[in-house]
Design a protein around this ligand. Structure first.
Ligand code: ZN
Length: 175
């Protein structure tokens, strides 16, 4: 198990498309990568993490929409090659945050319900998600297409964000 470094926007890797995981890549090493991503997500703490955020340009996401709550219905999803196969016309809007775009909040419109397919170990899986879990997953899937909240933010928010990251980095280097 290992905590991985989370890249921050505007890192160039975060704006690239992730490629599908090949069948020959399935196995213990991939499983280890997914476990490390989950550990990194919980430690951050966050509710979802996409592989490009840790510098891995393959279609993989981990998510636990109920992380941080005492709820017993919590589930950790480790998804390889996830795709949305159905989307509701009904939309939902909410404030989102991202581990790769710290200290920024962006209001985003998402589909209220989605149906996803992905590969765990072995059999392909298909499941419906609604509301908060659907929002989290759509956010993570954006990462696989090289899109983050940084791209969705207004130019004012973006320049404020860049200024605050510059300051944060300057302090880090000064140490
Ligand atoms: Zn994110």
């Amino acid at each position: 198990m290992a905590i991985l470094e989370i890249l921050e926007a505007p890192h160039p890797i975060l704006s690239q498309n992730a490629r599908p995981v090949r069948p020959d890549e399935l196995g213990p090493a991939l499983q280890q990568r997914l476990s490390d991503m989950a550990e990194t997500m919980y430690a951050a703490p966050g509710v979802g993490l996409a592989a490009p955020q840790v510098g891995d340009l393959r279609r993989m996401i981990v998510c636990d929409p109920g992380a941080g709550e005492e709820d017993e219905g919590r589930t950790l999803y480790l998804m390889v090659n996830p795709v949305i196969v159905e989307r509701s016309k009904e939309m939902i809007e909410g404030d989102e945050q991202c581990l790769s775009v710290p200290e920024i909040v962006v209001r985003v419109k998402r589909h209220l319900r989605i149906t996803m397919e992905w590969l765990p170990q072995g059999e392909p899986k298909r499941q419906d998600f609604e509301d908060w879990p659907a929002i989290v997953l759509q956010h993570e899937l954006d990462h696989l297409q090289g899109s983050t909240l940084y791209d969705r933010a207004s130019s004012l928010k973006r320049s404020r964000y860049l200024r605050s990251r510059k300051k944060a980095m300057a302090t880090e280097y000064a140490r």
